[in-house]
Design a protein around this ligand. Structure first.
Ligand code: CTP
Ligand code: MG
Length: 191
């Protein structure tokens, strides 16, 4: 019984700590619509990123992720100052949250860069890439800047369970949120 509780806690903690990386992806859909990041430029005859990556989506998404992280940080400070739910001791937590949010949309940008190089049009499916680009980007950038935080929360001891959990949850959540976005008319396609 105790073991199951521990596993559930690790799953929930992984999800909680990744929220500042999850939100930017959805928020970008809401804030998008402005100038494309590549300003229409091409490389070897194909768009660098394409019209699906805009400055307002990028900046708005990152801001939303950082904002959510700060709210989470303040909640955690109240009920669990240094435990599982904290991003790190303050002020490092701000850095971790920023790295998660920026890494998420930089990963998303890299994903589109790869899609364009492969000749996949804006909005067309790229299985695997679409679902994991932002989470891999967030983990890589955060691991680069705050390796001990990533190690402690996603690798050390039982914490590989948190990592496995987010790798399983991410494609499911991505699909679910995109179906909702499609139904309420925010997205043109349900993926
Ligand atoms: N979006 C944005 N700016 C970003 C990321 C996303 O404006 N940096 C908005 C765009 O309106 C985009 C939508 O969110 O169409 C959905 O994002 P995503 O699925 O990542 O883009 P796609 O349109 O599918 O483009 P791509 O094929 O390049 O992934
Ligand atoms: Mg897409």
């Amino acid at each position: 019984m105790q073991a199951w509780m521990d596993i559930l806690l690790l799953i929930f903690a992984g999800f909680w700590l990744m929220l500042p990386a999850f939100l930017p992806n959805s928020a970008a859909v809401i804030f998008g619509g402005g100038k494309p990041v590549d300003l229409g430029r091409t490389w070897k005859g194909k768009r660098i990123f394409g019209d699906g990556k805009t400055w307002t989506g990028f900046i708005g998404g990152i801001t939303a992720g950082i904002f959510l992280g700060i709210v989470q940080m303040m909640l955690a400070l109240n009920f669990d100052p240094n435990g599982l739910w904290g991003f790190a001791p303050f002020p490092q937590a701000l850095g971790v949250i920023t790295a998660l949010a920026c890494g998420s949309l930089l990963g998303d940008l890299c994903g589109s860069f790869i899609k364009r190089r492969l000749g996949i049009e804006r909005g067309d499916k790229a299985a695997g890439l679409d679902q994991f680009n932002f989470i891999v980007g967030a983990l890589l950038l955060t691991a680069l800047l705050f390796p001990s935080w990533v190690y402690a929360n996603f690798l050390q001891g039982d914490h590989w369970i948190s990592l496995l959990a987010i790798l399983i949850i991410t494609p499911l959540l991505h699909r679910g949120v995109n179906i909702i976005g499609y139904k309420i008319g925010l997205k043109k396609v349900p993926w």
